[in-house]
Design a protein around this ligand. Structure first.
Ligand code: ASP
Ligand code: MG
Length: 409
C-alpha cells in the first residue's frame, strides 16, 4: 500500500463529465489498495473568469479581496469531486486550504506555503477516506484567505505530498508527460521517461509550461517523488522527475529544448567603456522593478562600447522609457535601440557537464540554417541563444534533430 497524492489541473476537471472521470481514476487507485489524497484546480477558465470579474468591479483589485474571489474556483471542484467519489461508493471528504490547514505568509496573490497541518488528512486516510484538497489556496496567520500565484495548485500538491511524506506525487494534466520539446512545434518530440529536477527547473524557467516552477523547487527541496501524467489516457507511466543520483536510465546528453517569445532586446549604444556604466544603465532598470535576463557587453573600441540586455516583453516599453528619460543623457549614450521580435531558444541537459562540444554543435547547427545568433548565455546545464523570432521554429527543429532527440534511446 502506498500513500499517493494526485493533482488534477483545470482541464482535467473542466466539466461534470470529466470530474466523474477523475473520480473513476481515483477509485481505481483506491481499489488497488492505496491511500489517496487528491488536490484539484478550478475548472478550466474559471480562475480567469473570476479575476476578470474582480477587475470589472475594481480596476486595481484589492489583493485581499481578490484572493477571496479567486480562491472560490477550487472550492467548487473539491466539493464536486468529493460527491463524484461518494457516488462511486467511496468515502470522501473535501478540505479548503483554510480547513487543512495550509498556512502561508500574507503575500496575497503570490503567497508562499509555510506549513501544512497534515493530522486531519492522516485521520481520514486511516479511516479509508479519500481526501480532496483545494489547490492554489491557503490561509495566513490571521485567518485571511491567500492564493499561491497562477498555476499554484501544482505547488499545493507537492507541499501536501511533502507534508505527508507520500510515496509519489502524481500531476495529472492534459499532456502525458514532459517532452523533449513542444510537440506542436516538433511533431517528432518524444516523451521523456525521466528528467532530473535541475533540468525540469531550467525548462520551467525557460518557458516550458508543464509544471509551475515553484512546485519543482519545492519537490527538489523536500525530495518529493514527482510524476507528470495525462488525465485523458488510461495507461502510461508519464515522466518521472528524478534526483540526479538515480538518473542513469536515460543517457542523452541533451534532455530538452525550451523556447519562448516573452523577451525583448535592448541595446544601449556608444557608451564610454569605464567602471560604473553597467550600473548606470541597469541600476535604474532594477529600480523600476524590471527584471533583466541576459546581458552582454562588447569589448570597447576607442574607449566606447555597446551594452545589450533582455527584459520581459511586457516590460519592454517601460524599460525603453526609463532608458530614454533617465539614462541616455546621463551616460552620454549615442543611441538606444530595441527589438521586441526576438525569441530565446535553450537546450537543456545535465549531460553537458560531462560532454564537450555541445556549444559548438549548437552554433554550427544554427549557422547551417543561416540563423544569426544575437546573444548567448550559458549555465552548467543550459545554453540559450537569442535569435530573430521568425526563425524560432526552424531553430528548435534543427537543434532537436542535431541532438538526436527524435531518436528513441
Ligand atoms: N486555478 C489556479 C489558476 O488557474 C491554480 C491552478 O490551476 O493551478 O492559476
Ligand atoms: Mg496548471
Amino acid at each position: 500500500m502506498a500513500l499517493i497524492v494526485q493533482k488534477y489541473g483545470g482541464t482535467s476537471v473542466g466539466t461534470a463529465e470529466r470530474i466523474k472521470n477523475v473520480a473513476k481514476r481515483v477509485a481505481k487507485w483506491k481499489a488497488a489498495g492505496h491511500q489517496l489524497v487528491v488536490v484539484v484546480s478550478a475548472m478550466s477558465g474559471e480562475t480567469n473568469r473570476l479575476l476578470a470579474l474582480a477587475k470589472e468591479i475594481q480596476a486595481d483589485p484589492d489583493p485581499r479581496e481578490l484572493d477571496v474571489v479567486a480562491s472560490t474556483g477550487e472550492q467548487v471542484t473539491i466539493g464536486l469531486l468529493a460527491m463524484a467519489l461518494m457516488d462511486l461508493g467511496l468515502k470522501a471528504r473535501s478540505y479548503t486550504g483554510a480547513q487543512v490547514k495550509v498556512l502561508t505568509d500574507a503575500a496575497f496573490t503570490k503567497a508562499r506555503i509555510v506549513s501544512i497541518d497534515e493530522s486531519p488528512i492522516r485521520k481520514d486516510l486511516a479511516a479509508g477516506t479519500v481526501v480532496v484538497v483545494a489547490g492554489f489556496q491557503g490561509v495566513d496567520e490571521d485567518g485571511n484567505i491567500t492564493t499561491l500565484g497562477r498555476g499554484g495548485s501544482d505547488t499545493s500538491a507537492v507541499a501536501v505530498a511533502a507534508a505527508l511524506k507520500s510515496d509519489e506525487c502524481q500531476i495529472y494534466t492534459d499532456v502525458d508527460g514532459v517532452y523533449t520539446t513542444d510537440p506542436r512545434v516538433v511533431p517528432e518530440a518524444r516523451r521523456l521517461k525521466t528528467v532530473t529536477f535541475e533540468e525540469m527547473l531550467e525548462m520551467a524557467s525557460l518557458g516550458s509550461k508543464v509544471l509551475q516552477i515553484r512546485a519543482v523547487e519545492f519537490a527538489g527541496k523536500y525530495k518529493v517523488r514527482l510524476r507528470v501524467l495525462s488525465s485523458f489516457e488510461d495507461e502510461g507511466e508519464g515522466t518521472l522527475i528524478t534526483f540526479e543520483e538515480d538518473e542513469k536510465m536515460e543517457q542523452a546528453v541533451i534532455s530538452g529544448i525550451a523556447f519562448n517569445r516573452d523577451e525583448a532586446k535592448i541595446t544601449v549604444m556608444g557608451v564610454p567603456d569605464r567602471p560604473g556604466i553597467a550600473y548606470g544603465i541597469l541600476g535604474p532598470i532594477g529600480e523600476a522593478n524590471i527584471d533583466v535576463d541576459m546581458i552582454i557587453q562588447n569589448a570597447g573600441v576607442d574607449g566606447m562600447t555597446d551594452l545589450s540586455f533582455t527584459v520581459h516583453r511586457n516590460e519592454y516599453l517601460k524599460a525603453m522609457d526609463v532608458l530614454n528619460k533617465q539614462v541616455k543623457a546621463h551616460i552620454k549614450a549615442t543611441d538606444i535601440r530595441g527589438d521586441n521580435k526576438i525569441c530565446k531558444v535553450s537546450i537543456v541537459g545535465v549531460g553537458m557537464r560531462t560532454h564537450a562540444g555541445i556549444a559548438s554543435k549548437t552554433f554550427r547547427t544554427l549557422a547551417e540554417e543561416g540563423i544569426n545568433i544575437q546573444m548567448i548565455s550559458t549555465s552548467e546545464i543550459k545554453i540559450s541563444v537569442v535569435i530573430d523570432e521568425k526563425y524560432m521554429e526552424l531553430a528548435v527543429r534543427a537543434l532537436h534533430r542535431a541532438f538526436g532527440l527524435d531518436q528513441p534511446n
